[in-house]
Design a protein around this ligand. Structure first.
Ligand code: COA
Length: 254
């Protein structure tokens, strides 16, 4: 679903997805979730895209879920739609074949931080603050934060952030391994594009396979890799030839 609230731009082999609701600090509403979902479809299919950049327009990367939108939902709508959509869509970004780099240009709070955690790498502009303020609203980080944050920085620091709801700055986030690099604000996109370009210059299949392996490739991903390798063996060719010629195949383990 195309939306003015999330832009996709393609330049060479780098796709940039920009959250574009700056007047609301890119708070994520249903329209933006649907747009992110549709963009994930396109990125997943587009083999010309080697790296995906995620960023925000204005002074925030994203301040989380739209409080006015979710607070108007019934518990059932919240559970069946809002939470599950967020989980599913963020997981899609985590599992895109291409590496995803989140360029954190400003406030990265709540669902915004959860989206950033779904990326493979995070660069932050100096001075940016990150937090999970949900407990201050009496709710929890429900789009993967309680799972992805401890995976990345360990349970103890994750608990500190999530229990307190306190902000940490980019420098502390870097020392905790929550962001990869802190960059001077005006240089953020330049550095993000430079890093994306470095990655994009490498063999895309090799890069994508390493992403899956590092992320602990699920059986289905291993099956896809093994299936494509097996279909290119001489034995597979022999199997197909034997079928066509109605004879018993002579496999050689090659
Ligand atoms: N959902 C919906 N709207 C939000 C929002 C959110 N999570 N966060 C900010 N906005 C809106 C504000 O309502 C305001 O809209 P308005 O101009 O129509 O009144 C606009 O974005 C700007 O926000 P404002 O609070 O005026 O900016 P600020 O610079 O003074 O403060 C923050 C910035 C990020 C500190 C503050 O907006 C904030 O704490 N936001 C909530 C963060 C949060 O709790 N996220 C978790 C959500 S589950």
């Amino acid at each position: 679903m195309p939306s003015e609230l999330v832009h996709l731009s393609l330049s060479d082999s780098i796709a940039t997805v920009t959250l574009n609701r700056p007047d609301k600090l890119n708070a994520l509403n249903g329209e933006m979730l649907a747009a992110l979902d549709a963009i994930a479809d396109e990125l997943d299919r587009n083999q010309d895209v080697c790296v995906v950049l995620l960023t925000g327009a204005g002074k925030a990367f994203c301040v989380g879920a739209d409080i006015f939108e979710w607070s108007a939902l019934s518990p059932l709508e919240m559970g069946r739609r809002w939470i599950r959509d967020g989980h599913r869509i963020f997981e899609r970004y985590a599992r895109l074949p291409q590496p995803v780099i989140a360029a954190l240009n400003g406030y990265t709070f709540g669902g915004g931080l959860e989206l950033a955690l779904a990326a493979d790498l995070r660069l932050a502009a100096a001075g940016v603050h990150l937090s999970f303020p949900e407990v201050k609203l009496g709710i929890i980080p429900g789009w993967g934060g309680t799972q992805r944050l401890p995976d990345l920085i360990g349970k103890s620091r994750a608990k500190q952030m999530i229990f307190s709801g306190a902000r940490i700055d980019a420098t502390l986030a870097e020392s905790w391994g929550l962001v990869n690099e802190v960059v001077e604000g005006e240089k953020l996109m330049e550095r993000a594009n430079q890093l994306a370009g470095e990655i994009a210059a490498n063999g895309p299949v090799a890069v994508q396979m390493t992403k899956q392996l590092i992320d602990g490739a699920e059986m289905i991903a291993l099956e896809a890799m093994a299936g494509s390798l097996a279909s290119y063996t001489k034995d597979a060719q022999e199997g197909v030839d034997a079928f066509r010629e109605r004879r018993t195949p002579q496999f050689r383990g090659q």
